[in-house]
Design a protein around this ligand. Structure first.
Ligand code: FES
Ligand code: FES
Length: 155
């Protein structure tokens, strides 16, 4: 089947199988390898992207379900003038170690801050509960989210 999806601001058409997962379309057909696959079973959040602005785990979404929708991956966060404020906060607060979970963490954080622009630490932890960091750097990740919430343009 053919799907039409706006990916990082550009409308694209792709031929996909009915069973093609969105994460595989993004990585293999679009070359957007910032979207990682960790578990493939909706547990880790490494594959998190924004679908119409809401964070979703792209290993649980069929490419066909994204037909007619907008997807933002980590590559699409940079609006052309450098890092997104959430990415900058992760950089400045050492919110990453190996970086594997980072794209998913950043996109989940962007979605979290859109819904709750000034989260408490508890709310930030709850908001990221679906994203796992195998380096276990949660303290700095949460500090990054809180720092981003204070930064202009983070939402
Ligand atoms: Fe999608 Fe782990 S790869 S949640
Ligand atoms: Fe290594 Fe999170 S920084 S998995």
């Amino acid at each position: 089947m053919q799907v039409t999806i706006t990916i990082n601001g550009t409308e694209q058409r792709h031929d996909v199988e009915d069973r093609t997962l969105l994460v595989h379309l993004l990585r293999e057909d679009c070359g957007l390898t910032g979207t990682n696959t960790g578990c493939d079973t909706s547990s880790c959040g490494a594959c998190t992207v924004l679908l119409d602005g809401e964070s979703v785990k792209s290993c649980t979404v069929l490419a066909a379900q994204a037909d007619g929708h907008e997807i933002t991956t980590v590559e699409g966060l940079d609006s052309g003038d450098g890092l997104h404020p959430v990415q900058r906060a992760f950089q400045e607060r050492h919110g990453l170690q190996c970086g594997f979970c980072t794209p998913g963490m950043v996109l989940a954080s962007v979605s979290l801050l859109r819904e709750n622009p000034a989260p408490t630490e508890h709310e930030a932890r709850e908001g990221l509960a679906g994203n796992l960091c195998r380096c276990t750097g949660y303290q700095n990740i949460v500090e990054s989210v809180l720092a981003a919430s204070r930064a202009e343009g983070a939402r």
